[in-house]
Design a protein around this ligand. Sequence first.
Ligand SMILES: [Zn+2]
Length: 327
Amino acid sequence: MEEIPFGPGSIDPAGDDAVLPFEVNGLDVRGRAIQMGPALSALLARHDYPLPVSKLLGEAVVLAVLLGSSLKFEGQFLLQTQTDGPVDMLVVDYRTSGDIRAYARFNKERVAEMDVDGLSKPELLLGKGILAMTIDQGEFTSRYQGIVQLDGVSLEEVAHLYFSQSEQIPTLVRLAVAEMMTREDGGAAHSWRAGGLLVQYLPEASIGVQRDLPGGDAPEGMEHQAEEEDAWAEATSLVSTVEDHELIDPDVPAERLLYRLFHERGVRVYDSMAVREQCSCSRDRIQGVLGSFSAEEITSSIEDGEISVTCEFCGQKYSFDPQEFLG
Ligand SMILES: [Zn+2]
C-alpha cells in the first residue's frame, strides 16, 4: 500500500487497463478506479457495433471490471442484461485473472432510430428489464446472483441500487466512455477510452453493529451515525465533482484523480490488477457442447456439409465435420 503522491515521480501510475484499489481512511471509504484504453479498443474492435451500442457496452465493461475485481478468490463475474429496448442483451464476462470479453445483441433499425438520444443517454437503449450479476467461484462453491430492475436506470446507478437493496452499503459509481480520433501517419486512427470510479462507504464502526431505528433506544449510536453521515456526504460531494473527461483523460491517471479528490483525507492505493481483452472460447469447449447434442439437433445444424459455430464474444469461427458427432 502506498500513500499518493509523495512527490512527482514517487509512484508509478497503474496506467491503462489496470484496476487500482484505494482507501480513504479519513472518510471510511474504499473503492477502485480504472482507466481503460487498448483493452477496451481491442474488445470493441471485435464487433462492428453502431457507436451508441459500443459506448453502452463500454460502460458495461467498466462497471463489470469495477465490481468483479472485488472478488478475493479465483472466479468469474458475469454481468448480463435482458431488456425490451433496442439493445436487448449485454453480456460481460470478467475473470479474476483479468481476462475480459463482452458482446451486445441489438436491433439495428431500432438503434438507428434512437441514435441521438442513445448517444447522450446510453441507458435508453436498454429499456425495461433486468440486470443480473452472477459470481461463480468454482465447482465447490455455490453460484451467487444479484438482480437489479432496469427501467431508465443508467449503468452508473446500478451499483448504487444493488448495494443499497442487498447489503445496505452506500455505493457510488462513475463511468465514462469516449471514442477517440487521433492523427497518425497516413490518416486518422480510431480508438476507445473509458474510465470508472467506484466508491463505497464502509465504516469500521458499522461492521457487526446493528444500527438502531430512528428514535430507537440507542442515544450514543445516534451521535456516531451523524458523524458517519457527514463522512459519506463529503465523499459523495467530492465524487460528484468528477467530470467525464477527467475519468478518461490519459493525462489524468487514476492516481492523480484520487489525489485531487481525497488527498486531504489521506488516500492510499493498493497494487493494481491488470485487465486484458481475452476470450476463453476454444475448439475443444465447443466440441464438448456439440457432443451433448442429439443426432437430430446435429443434423439440423448442418449447413453446406459442415457445422459452423461463431463465438459471439470474439467472432472466432469454428467448423466441424458433422460425422464427428454422428458416430
Ligand atoms: Zn471467443
